[in-house]
Design a protein around this ligand. Structure first.
Ligand code: DC
Length: 205
């Protein structure tokens, strides 16, 4: 079974996808972290052709064999990864890699274009959403700094991720939209686990 989780920045995709994968025994694939690793490679001056990104069994990201996971939440990579993600060459490379990772396995893959482009045949597609203010509150709790700046940075990224010509962020027509604004991560996980069970029952019939 393949599960696609898409949505805007700081909607809780990584938290949900990681817990869901753990609960189901599926591979967790954080594609946002792959774009962040591509941004790190760009900052290090590596040409795209020399960039190899792999995903570990616990969602770790390896850049040319180096575990770069702890470096990827750096807010400096927020903006750069979003800009690089609008580049068709970068997307083609990463989408190809993501499809290979998911081939023949049970996965929970999170990102922006998983249900629309990477895994259009995923058995369950979730579009995770929360208001801009709530997402800014969550990111601010993690990062600190100025709340207004955090909110503005998310707004800019939402705008770029949703309006780019190449695979813009949007819910797949068959995605279930889950509003997490007033929900705890546990409530969201329970709700999505119920959707997984429903989907499994339907597939079994
Ligand atoms: O989810 P994130 O904030 O770690 O993602 C970083 C950037 O990568 C985000 O601004 C948009 C881009 N991205 C994308 O375009 N497609 C994906 N499947 C995942 C992320």
């Amino acid at each position: 079974m393949k599960i696609a989780i898409d949505g805007p920045a700081a909607a809780g995709k990584t938290t949900l996808a990681k817990r869901l994968a753990q609960a189901l025994g599926f591979l967790f694939v954080p594609t946002g972290a792959m774009y962040r690793a591509a941004a790190l490679a760009y900052r290090r001056g590596l040409p795209l052709e020399e960039v190899e990104i792999t995903v570990g069994e616990d969602g770790q990201i390896f850049l040319n064999g180096e575990d770069v996971t702890p470096l990827l939440s750096n807010p400096e990579l927020d903006e750069l990864s979003s800009r690089l993600a609008a580049d068709a060459r970068v997307r083609a490379r990463l989408v190809d890699l993501q499809r290979k990772i998911a081939a023949g396995r049970d996965v929970v893959m999170e990102g922006r274009d998983i249900g629309t482009v990477v895994l259009p045949d995923a058995e369950l597609k979730i579009f995770l959403w929360a208001t801009l203010e709530e997402r800014a509150r969550r990111r601010h709790r993690e990062q600190g700094g100025s709340f207004t700046e955090v909110l503005e940075a998310i707004r800019r990224r939402d705008e770029r991720d949703s309006t780019r010509s190449c695979s813009p962020l949007r819910p797949a027509p068959d995605a279930v939209v889950v509003d997490t604004t007033d929900k705890t991560p546990e409530e969201v996980l329970e709700m999505v686990l119920r959707l997984v069970e429903e989907r499994r029952a339907r597939l079994a019939n």
